[in-house]
Design a protein around this ligand. Sequence first.
Ligand SMILES: Cc1cc2nc3c(=O)[nH]c(=O)nc-3n(C[C@H](O)[C@H](O)[C@H](O)COP(=O)(O)OP(=O)(O)OC[C@H]3O[C@@H](n4cnc5c(N)ncnc54)[C@H](O)[C@@H]3O)c2cc1C
Length: 585
Amino acid sequence: TPRPDSIKDSYDFIIIGGGTAGLTVANRLTENIRTSVLVIEAGDTDVGNLNLEVPFFCTRTVPFTSVDWNFTTVPQTNLNGRSLIYPRGFVLGGSSSVNFLAYTRGSEDDWDRFASVTDDPGWSWNQILPFFLKVRDCLTVQILLSELTSLNQSEKLTPPADGHDTTGEIIPSYHGFDGLVGDSLPGFPSPLDPMVIATTTEDPEFPFNIDINSGSPLGVGWAMATVSGGVRSSSATSYFRPFSNRPNLDLLLNMRVTRVLPGNSDSSTLQLQVVEIAQSRDGPRIQIKANKEIILSAGAVKTPQILLLSGIGPSEDLNAMGIPVVLDSPSVGQNLTDHPFVSQSWSVTGNNTFETAERDPVIAAQQFAEWNSTRTGPLTAITNQVGWLRVANLTSQYPDPASGPDSPHFELLFANGLVLTAVPPTGNFLTIAGADVSPTSHGTITLQSTDPFDAPLIDPNFLATDVDFFVMRQAMRSAQRFISNSAWSTYIIAPSFNGTTDDELDAFLRENIQSTFHPIGTAAMSAQDANYGVVNPDLTLRGATGLRIVDASVFPFIPAAHTQACVYALAERAADLVKATWNLP
Ligand SMILES: Cc1cc2nc3c(=O)[nH]c(=O)nc-3n(C[C@H](O)[C@H](O)[C@H](O)COP(=O)(O)OP(=O)(O)OC[C@H]3O[C@@H](n4cnc5c(N)ncnc54)[C@H](O)[C@@H]3O)c2cc1C
């Protein structure tokens, strides 16, 4: 890693943010030795932090840690004025280094909707699928790399971590083997597995789906995670580290981009060329030039902040902050969309739940020792099944908020214990989290000050619509029906929440909704001739040259999915678009 004083004055491409998308693009652009790339990352290296390696320790990565931006939302109007935690990865790999590892692609309808609102068939499911396949676990490449660099990885890389036969848990033809990010089916059996699977055969509300990543996610199926060889696979471990000695790839850590600026071009169109960085609030500002493009990949919270600080945003907001308007772009920071979720838990008769190890340091130490020596055991998995479901009677009351009929309204996630909750002294628990995955509420990212070292104001504006409340109530009731099936009759003891009426459920939701940490849409792409949107379908900034945005902020709608796999696919296609623009091999 060069020090700030040893970086060059200019690069072909400067990538702002070494996160999920940023490192994907950096990798693909530097495949060509003649292309120089600088990645600027505000956080530190991910190396040496066990919480970022051990899959189950994803429960420890956030909130309020050294690898989290430690954001909170503004008080949420519809959630009793509560301010929610809003973690984002502040570390190489960005949120892919700290997230909860779920690997889900969204539905065919989701991607086809992106294609239709952007008028670009390149974003349709059929045309994006190859980019998903490109990002999948590549055993061949990883084994080759491990042989070349003695990374001590060989057959342990075989997904899943316990090496069980995955027949009937996935359709292999929907998955690729030539990408870089590792993923796998659950690597350790959970006591819940037989009960969840039995419910799918017993209750037609919850049909078994053999592969929820096929583009048709509806039903309940086996969850995939970005775990490879029992270890987290992030953009840092997959797209960056094995390639970090490329001479045309420079990385600056612990350095914050404060704004982007026009170059000296006398062209009549705005040409953004310069990236300004600083190490601290009062530290000196350094400017570096991008000869070809600036790629803005700071994520759905920080990307709009950087644009606004650069004078790119709604002119009235910029004027109010005293920031000179460089480009009036009214959609910057608008359309923030995220998945609200709520957890319900039940006390259970089983004693082999997360609580057991959390209360007993000897068991916890045994589990870690197993992971440490063989990368196997309970610490390799967090959730083994996921359900993507629709509310049966929704469309008789509301316009369908989902992207299409094969897209879910809500998600159920099953966990073998309490998650992100203080563990009580006694009892064992089951948690089912329910999330509204086609929300219609939208919020904003705005500036609270002109200081780039201050956090922006984050308002996801959760549950601002009746239909979002309706979907969340149905998700809660669906979870309650799920465990009322006979498979659970000897397992469930009692619910922690007894409400049944709409009012009781709404009160619970207002008091307990949290973010799933999937913000998107704050620099959305739109069709070339649209009168809204921040970037064109090829992700170039509308109204300027020299800057492309590649991260979760460009999704115009939220996919009905945990967002990382979608970001990897987006970034893979973006890299192809950049290469095509500049005729790069
Ligand atoms: C706690 C948590 C759990 C999640 N769980 C899941 C999950 O289980 N499955 C899933 O699919 N998705 C999950 N997500 C969401 C998913 O990880 C994100 O959607 C995705 O990683 C976003 O990618 P990105 O490239 O847009 O942004 P990021 O990966 O966040 O990258 C942005 C990068 O830019 C850097 N940066 C920001 N500002 C600056 C600046 N001014 N200067 C320099 N660098 C800057 C950041 O430090 C960061 O490294 C989770 C997210 C979080 C935070």
